[in-house]
Design a protein around this ligand. Sequence first.
Ligand code: DGL
Length: 264
Amino acid sequence: MEGPREKILLFDSGVGGLTVYRELAKARPQADYVYVADDSGFPYGWLDERVLVARVVALMGELIDAHRPDLIVIPCNTASTIALPDLRGKFTVPFVGTVPAIKPACAASVTRRVSVFGTEATVAREYTRALIRDYAQGCKVKLVGSRHLATYVEAELGGAPASDAQILAEMAPCFEEDGARTDTVVLACTHYPLLLDRLRRLSPWEVNFVDPAPAIARRVVDLLGPAAAAGKGSARGFFTSGRAPQAVLARFGISVLAPATAAG
Ligand code: DGL
């Protein structure tokens, strides 16, 4: 007998979480998805840690009341690396976070030179530094904080791409030649895979860019177990500014949820 559809809520500061949604929708097409972007608070990388935690916890309470999700994915490194313990302490819904994929990147690096490329906030977090201490596996790991790349990604999707020089200025420090060359770059901000083609084209040499999205999708499917419902579920999106980028969401198969419905 067919069971109810699972409801999965995704929460990011903007369009970055769509890179995780894309993989999730492939792995679990039967679920109903609500994609929430707190774009009124974008970029999260610029917010003070305490302000960010308070903001995310408050919003999450409203979203849980309004949508009653079975599981929440935070496809945002900047929020996950600081707010996950508070979220898990306060709510009973299971959370799947997104944190820099340092362990698989270091396991895969041949030259033993890895860069972690994320927002300035993510690379400054103790959580990220602990991942390096625990999982560098003898690799030299360089932290590269980018002030503007997430904003360039939002602009690119909004039809106003940043120049090659602007993007190169953000990514250049990822490429180190120190006896050996960096061969692996962890994309530690979910926005960045949306610019992957440009990142590849502008790279001074070929590197392996590690996108955590497929691993997050596998983790969600493991937690949910076999799908109870058959067929394809729905996908709706809500932006806290009330200005959801309809055309961008449509490219990912997501329809815009009216603000009144989103708030419950
Ligand atoms: N997508 C985000 C991340 O993974 C955050 C970008 C931002 O709001 O600064 O870190």
